[in-house]
Design a protein around this ligand. Structure first.
Ligand code: FES
Length: 134
């Protein structure tokens, strides 16, 4: 384990090629427009396209992960590990699934570089304390 990241269980690359990930952004009534989750989704699509990761990274939206006070949240999991099914939270259908809390557009660079490309969980973005809305 490094200071700010853990390797994700499983292969990083294998005979099938680079590891594939699904990134789901919550867009529910609490995390949605009020906290800028639309900007997160748009930026993720842009980054994936610009880096040519469209074959490996799927960016989706979900209504809610049940952690609204920590939102906006981003769930990341290994697409193949989940058998192509949607996963709705850590420990639900894919052991690799992690939920990043209180995400900002500025945080996304690290998630893409370290997790989606580098295969390391970005620990400082996990279990962030709930936000206090004005
Ligand atoms: S609306 Fe984002 S976790 Fe509930």
């Amino acid at each position: 384990m490094s200071e700010d990241g853990d390797a994700i269980p499983g292969e990083t690359d294998g005979p099938r090629g680079p590891r594939r990930f699904t990134v789901m952004v919550c867009r529910g009534p609490t995390c949605g427009e009020a906290r800028g989750s639309a900007a997160l989704t748009a930026r993720l699509h842009e980054m994936v396209e610009r880096r040519g990761l469209g074959e490996q990274i799927a960016v989706l939206e979900e209504t809610c992960f049940g952690h609204c006070m920590r939102g906006p949240n981003i769930l990341v999991y290994d697409t193949d590990e989940a058998g192509g099914a949607r996963v709705f939270g850590p420990g639900l259908g894919a052991p690799s699934a992690v939920l990043y809390n209180r995400m900002t557009v500025a945080d996304l660079e690290k998630v893409v570089d370290r997790h989606l490309v580098g295969g390391m969980v970005v620990r400082p973005f996990l279990n962030r304390p709930p936000a206090r809305d004005p």
